[in-house]
Design a protein around this ligand. Structure first.
Ligand SMILES: [Zn+2]
Length: 218
């Protein structure tokens, strides 16, 4: 006869049987399989641990609830961790997924300029030859990165400028952006259009058509 125990919820456990922790444990999962499965990678997958119902080889403490498990008691164990019968279950709990905020790669530095002349030459090249416009200048690189990230879908160049010797070694961070040709606004998603409206201090309400009309007038 198999040895049988019941937990507080009336679940029946047999010695040697496989069970699961009721508690889920999170682990970072990434790769193409995860991207295919969830549309994003990495994610935190929270899964139960598989345990086996055994006799305790010594006194243990339940990893989930902290209750003492006496030597010889039937309990669930992974060998390394021990769980009282109240903290394990026969039916495998569903995996839960926590979606992480997608990481935005920092924008690569296009060039570092030193002194007024170099900066003016670069600006002339970017603005007159390449079609960029100086969008904003910052003292703190993180702020510049933050703003650059918000220019969703736009072509951006990130420039570090060291002004010497007039102001010592003062550094500034310049963002050049290519203005979006108006006809191309239709290519953007509604959330990107909303972001553009937000950056220009415009209302983000309304349909795609209305957002485009508003951006064109601005
Ligand atoms: Zn427990």
């Amino acid at each position: 006869m198999a040895e049988i125990r019941f937990n507080a919820r009336g679940e029946q456990f047999e010695l040697g049987q496989v069970a699961w922790t009721r508690q889920l444990y999170g682990a970072l999962a990434s790769g193409s399989y995860i991207r295919q499965k969830y549309g994003q990678s990495p994610v935190i997958e929270k899964t139960p641990y598989q345990v086996k119902i055994r006799h305790a080889s010594q006194d243990w403490t339940c990893r989930t609830c902290g209750q003492k498990i006496d030597e010889g008691d039937m309990h669930g164990s992974t060998f390394y961790d021990h769980y009282c019968l109240d903290c394990v279950t026969r039916s495998k709990p569903e995996t839960e997924v926590e979606f992480l905020k997608p990481e935005v790669a920092p924008i690569k530095l296009y060039r570092t300029t030193k002194g007024f002349e170099e900066d003016a030459a670069l600006r002339a090249d970017l603005e007159t030859k390449q079609g960029y416009k100086l969008y904003a200048v910052f003292d703190i690189p993180e702020e510049a990165q933050e703003v650059a990230k918000q220019l969703a879908g736009q072509d951006i160049k990130f420039v570090k400028h060291i002004s010497t010797p007039e102001t010592g070694e003062h550094q500034t961070w310049e963002i050049y952006a290519k203005p979006i040709p108006q006809a191309d606004l239709y290519w953007y998603s509604i959330s990107e259009l909303k972001q553009m409206c937000r950056q220009r201090g415009l209302s983000t309400e309304g349909s795609k058509e209305q957002l485009i009309t508003r951006l064109k007038r601005a």
